[in-house]
Design a protein around this ligand. Structure first.
Ligand SMILES: Cc1cc2nc3c(=O)[nH]c(=O)nc-3n(C[C@H](O)[C@H](O)[C@H](O)COP(=O)(O)O)c2cc1C
Length: 435
């Protein structure tokens, strides 16, 4: 029997990334802003036949941690960070098969602007654009757009449902064949095939039609990461790929089974959504070297704990700096990343102190430490248990790490027949849905 293949994505930031000061950071701390490092990165992923790169985003410099910008900016966590939209265009010009996913928020973007930008990007990439549909999590971001706060967690998803409905109508406001380019008559567009949408919803309004033509893929590939029950409902309704963090094989399988049964309940084919689980493999020539490397990476406990808590402060808009690092893990709540906080608290259940819980906090679904062959075997075994559909590699972005993954781990997976060795199609969705 041919083994079931699975998909690969890479979760990245358009920022300096923690790797800049590491031993293999090179000049990336200074040069990332011109995009060339990310282009090199994307080309490595395309060489390894990844399905896509996913560029995360947020719109603020958080100051909840200690009531100051200091810790955030010291570690360069949320800022400085460029807008992913520009990077999509640049990467598109230097690649030909890789899917490129931009994060754009339904709580912050006007629907018309988003629909037009993504249509443009799908043309610039010849049908390779994806949209990571997020609802944002932070009031600080809302304040940068002139609002006091974000709507409540579940209402954000209600609004997002309507937002998706609206942008789909804008993308459909030009019928296929509307661009006639008739040299005889000189008619470029048949106006009878382009119509206003007059969308007047509960939260969003737009007249339409869109002022640019239909995009190669018809609409971008929809990516989503909802973890809460309402987020999963939204993902089940719309997502074609989900990026998920679930601690361990059992939780991964439970998450996937849950989303697939939600999809079936609303009449969608569960195979039309590929769920990719976040992993951060630590790779070296031998298992022993990889274990040593992982131990070395984990040894800077205080720095790791401080960065993790600043990150959690931003994601949940709680001030984690106010808690005793040597005390118990505080049971806080949030209107922000609810499931991320729940996962942190669950993972911290057996931690003796907040410092310990924070230092070891990870969104990686599996602990993958070893040689390329060892890690490849563990990934294949996990996929066999879970049922599919692939992995989203994350963690430090350095040329060293991308080399270990693309020249070591991926070939090991290819030798096992578990990931593609060449792209079959030109467009992102076609490759993603191939298996
Ligand atoms: C791998 C991953 C990547 C994410 N990327 C972003 C992002 O770039 N921007 C953002 O605002 N939220 C991002 N999120 C947060 C999700 O959109 C979502 O809010 C979060 O998973 C919590 O789920 P919930 O909203 O259903 O509680 C990401 C989540 C995960 C697991």
């Amino acid at each position: 029997m041919t083994p079931q293949r699975f998909h690969l994505g890479w979760f990245m930031n358009f920022s300096a990334n923690a790797a800049w000061r590491g031993p293999w950071g090179g000049d990336t701390g200074a040069t990332w802003p011109d995009g060339r490092f990310h282009v090199d990165f994307a080309r490595a992923l395309e060489r390894a036949c990844f399905d896509y790169m996913m560029i995360e985003d947020s719109s603020m410099v958080p100051d909840h941690h200690g009531g100051s910008l200091e810790t955030e900016l010291h570690h360069g966590l949320y800022a400085p960070k460029h807008d992913p939209v520009g990077l999509v265009a640049t990467v598109a010009a230097h690649t030909s098969r890789l899917g490129i996913v931009a994060t754009m928020s339904t709580s912050l973007y006007p629907p018309y602007l988003l629909a037009r930008s993504l249509a443009t990007l799908d043309h610039l990439s010849a049908g390779r654009v994806g949209w990571n549909i997020v609802t944002s999590s932070e009031d600080r971001a809302a304040q940068n757009y002139g609002r006091d706060r974000l709507p409540d967690h579940d209402e954000r998803y209600e609004r997002a449902d309507e937002f998706v409905d609206l942008v789909e109508r804008l993308w459909g406001s030009w019928e296929p064949g509307a661009v006639v380019m008739d040299r005889e008559t000189g008619r470029y567009v048949d106006h009878t095939r382009v119509s206003p949408i007059h969308f007047d919803g509960k939260w969003h309004r737009s007249r339409g039609p869109l002022n640019t033509m239909p995009m190669p893929q018809g609409r971008p590939v929809y990516c989503q990461a909802g973890g809460s029950p309402r987020g999963r409902e939204f993902a089940a309704a719309h997502a074609e790929t989900i990026i998920a963090s679930a601690p361990g094989v059992e939780a991964m399988k439970a998450y996937r089974d849950d989303v697939r049964s939600r999809m079936e309940r609303i009449g969608r084919d569960p195979d039309s959504c590929k769920i990719l689980f976040v992993v951060a493999p630590v790779l070296a020539e031998t298992d022993a070297l990889a274990r040593e490397l992982a131990a070395w990476q984990a040894s800077d406990t205080d720095r790791l704990a401080e960065a993790a808590l600043a990150h959690l402060s931003a994601l949940t808009e709680n001030d984690f700096s106010g808690f005793d690092l040597d005390g118990p893990v505080p049971q806080v709540t949030t209107n922000g990343h609810r499931s991320t906080l729940a996962d942190f608290l669950r993972g911290a259940a057996d931690a003796a102190t907040l410092r310990e819980a924070a230092a070891r906090w990870t969104i990686s679904s599996l602990e993958l430490v070893g040689s390329p062959d060892t890690v490849a075997d563990a990934m294949c075994a996990a996929m066999d248990e879970v049922g599919g559909d692939g992995f989203l590699v994350s963690g430090e972005m350095s040329r060293d790490v991308v080399g270990r993954v693309c020249d070591g781990l991926v070939p090991a997976l290819q030798r096992r027949g578990r990931v593609r060795t060449r792209y079959t199609h030109e467009r992102f969705r076609d490759n993603l849905m191939e298996f």
